[in-house]
Write a protein that binds this ligand. Structure first.
Ligand code: HPA
Ligand SMILES: [Zn+2]
Length: 352
């Protein structure tokens, strides 16, 4: 818990989370339990896999996005049955509830599972079961987003997109949109123009990781070539003043993940995440946890760390949460409910 006088206020804010990889919510404890239950051999030549504690320690010294991704892909190899995916997502929703999340738009990586022989329908069935339970029992609404892996050959993303089960999930509305993740540098947005054109034609929502480690030009190319309506991370935007103005003018939302940026060495400390630049320029952004089980912090930790670094006012927090609600892909009626709740929480805080 942070020491801030605003801690309770930050907890009560009706948060929308837009940048959360469900596979990144796999705790070391569950990872080891599932490895044993599903008979999955973890790498014996890496000391980090001796115990959950050793692995947790290794997570504290990631050197880059790719260093993290190495562990992320090994970790998810323990997920086999629909019930494993359901338990993983349900674990996330428990954290989301205590952190004051009201609406979550959740990424998952189909290719990382189908390449291991796990059917897409198994993955989706598990995640959907948890999402439905979260709506019913916790009052948390959610949407699912399939991410395509940019480090794999482009034709593989096209055939993954065309997969019958994947197509069915888009057509039924079980999955709302697509994203692009994994290693960034050297895998330019342009490579995925065809994939995004197909998704756009089907009326899917579009987002892409850009400007996490990669250059600001990946952000403009994601807008111009992939025609995304939001940008995941986007912190390198701060290096291009003109692009900052454009993003502000076009009201494109960035899904910023401050703790992730520090842990993966994109910045040295939270104060270097361009929160102040974005606020001053009127850039809309939400604050998110990315891969909380790997980075040691869920969404409220991100809010607290940002508050400690930037000492934001109640009005500034209100504008951040409002931008997150407005930038969500849920129905307008749900947005109105969340905006009303935001107004109530702000009024309580101001003693009105
Ligand atoms: O932060 C991330 N960046 C790129 N790919 C990812 N896959 C999971 N998390 C991430
Ligand atoms: Zn991410």
């Amino acid at each position: 818990m942070c020491q801030s006088s605003l801690h309770d206020f930050l907890q009560r804010l009706p948060k929308c989370e837009h940048h959360l990889h469900l596979e990144g919510a796999l705790s070391t404890k569950v990872l080891f339990e599932l490895a044993e239950r599903n008979n999955i051999a973890l790498p014996s030549d890496d000391e980090a896999f001796r115990s959950p504690e050793a692995l947790e320690k290794r997570y504290q010294r990631f050197t880059s996005l790719d260093d993290f991704l190495h562990y992320y892909y090994i970790g998810m190899s323990v997920l086999i049955h629909a019930s494993d995916f359901e338990a993983l997502a349900w674990d996330y929703f428990q954290h989301a509830l205590s952190d004051g999340v009201k609406h979550a738009e959740l990424f998952f990586d189909p290719q990382a599972h189908t390449s291991r022989g796990i059917e897409y329908s198994t993955v989706l069935q598990g995640f959907q079961a948890a999402c439905q339970r979260a709506e019913k029992e916790l009052g948390i609404s959610s949407l699912l987003i399939t991410c395509y892996l940019r480090h794999l050959p482009v034709p593989e993303s096209l055939s993954a997109f065309d997969n019958e089960q994947v197509q069915e999930s888009y057509k039924s509305g079980a999955v709302t949109g697509i994203g692009l993740d994994s290693s960034e540098n050297g895998f330019a947005p342009k490579m995925f123009e065809k994939l995004y054109a197909k998704a756009r034609k089907q009326g899917l929502r579009l987002t892409a990781h850009a400007g996490e480690e990669g250059p600001a030009s990946y952000i403009s190319d994601s807008l111009d070539l992939l025609k995304v309506s939001r940008i995941d991370h986007g912190i390198q935007l701060a290096h291009d003043a003109e692009l900052v103005q454009r993003i502000a003018r076009e009201k494109t939302m960035l899904t910023v993940c401050p703790v992730s940026n520090v842990v993966l060495k994109c910045v040295k400390e939270i104060s270097q995440v361009p929160i102040r630049t974005f606020l001053d320029a009127g850039v809309r952004f939400s604050i998110n946890s990315d891969d909380p089980a790997y980075f040691g912090g869920y969404i409220l930790d991100n809010y607290c760390r940002v508050h400690e670094a930037f000492d934001l006012s109640v009005k500034e927090w209100e504008s951040i949460v409002r931008a997150g609600i407005e930038g969500s892909w849920c129905a307008d009626g749900r947005k109105e409910e969340l905006l009303a709740e935001l107004e109530k929480v702000v009024k309580e805080q101001e003693g009105i």
